[in-house]
Design a protein around this ligand. Sequence first.
Ligand code: ATP
Length: 359
Amino acid sequence: NHGGQHVSARPAVSAERVTKRFGQGTADVRALDEVSVSVARGEFFTLLGPSGCGKTTLLRCIAGFETPSAGRIHLNGKDITDEPPNRRRVNTVFQSYALFPHLTVAQNVAFGLEMMGKPRAEVSRTVDRMLALVRLDQLAARRPEALSGGQQQRVALARALAPQPEVLLLDEPLSALDLKLRKEMQSELKRLQHETGITFVFVTHDQEEALTMSDRIGVMSTGRLLQVGPPREIYNRPVNRFVADFIGETNFIPAMAQGGQVRLASGEVVGESAQAGPVTVAIRPEQIRLSEPGEVGGIPATVEGATYLGTDSHIHLRLKDGSPVVARVPSLPSAEPGPAPGSSVGLRVAPGAVQVLED
Ligand code: ATP
């Protein structure tokens, strides 16, 4: 640090080369494989990946329910790897809510505070504040069984936020809710995070949820963290085929890199690459424009059919080399989607929309 002007913000939580193995010998499962990540204070950070990729295990290591086989966990600059869960200022909201059925809403929220030995008046003040925060002040005396799924989720959130953790871990908290309620709770979670300023580490396997809610996303696969970045970067600049495939829809087209240029099998130059040899070109369906009738040029393709999606339509196409390609175009209210099956069209893609991936 030269001159002390620039002091980097200390991350709220960080993992350094965390590995977690389950079982022994040949049955050994590497649930986490040298995962390193830093989450900034007040950040909404999402771990995204398919079932079994290690998301929950990483959360459990942060919470202290699991001990890493190797690597360290820091909370607010302090090494907490060997601290028990109750000594960490970390709380978890689970998918199952795990509310106490015999306690009222207010008692559920008060529970953790009472365990911490907080004075009665403070507990009562905090419970009131938390119930107002999640908009359940009218339901304080109810039991969980008399609440809807969304309301139970709010109680679980209020309970987890009440002791003012430095980091709130959320393990697929919305997956038990129907689509409409889930959307509602998504904006509710964003509001809660904004109002409390608490760092959120959120786990989901739903890519749309991750893209809409997060400041940054960490994409995981088989125990490894493949890419960390803001939603736009993850979507537009996936580091490899797995990330491009897992997030959104992507066309993968085989191509050849030579002399700095990337060519499709049919000969068109679609991008640049320093590599040489076979590569894969990734293009998002919404980045492909179909030529208007009479317009010349573009990558030649044959229309095979269309799928109406509502606001948009998918046009199914085939390139000369046989590669299938899907283009996503806006639907017109009174027309069939896209050109007729069997017709020839030209495809246009902005150079910036073409990703060249190593094979
Ligand atoms: P999901 O979205 O299905 O919850 P996940 O990404 O959270 O999946 P983890 O639950 O972290 O994945 O599991 C990662 C891997 O570790 C899986 O292969 C899982 O079977 C294994 N695993 C997790 N916990 C244990 C355990 N206690 N004993 C043995 N293996 C385990």
